[in-house]
Design a protein around this ligand. Sequence first.
Ligand SMILES: [Zn+2]
Length: 74
Amino acid sequence: MTSQTERDEKSKRAGQVRCPNCFARFRPPPGADRASCPACGREWYISWAGKLAKIRKPVWETWDQHFTETQQQE
Ligand SMILES: [Zn+2]
């Protein structure tokens, strides 16, 4: 009875990643090579294994921008 729900849950999670910065789950656009976390705004490089998305590393350019902006505000 729950098998259909479980399958749905799994397919829902398949394209999701967890932000290493704030641990929010989000779903990058399918096939995107980078995506930003809606919760903290950090941008990440994404790699794909079929439908499974994986965060590879931060996109430092946009992090630098963010840090520069933050420093300028202070
Ligand atoms: Zn985040």
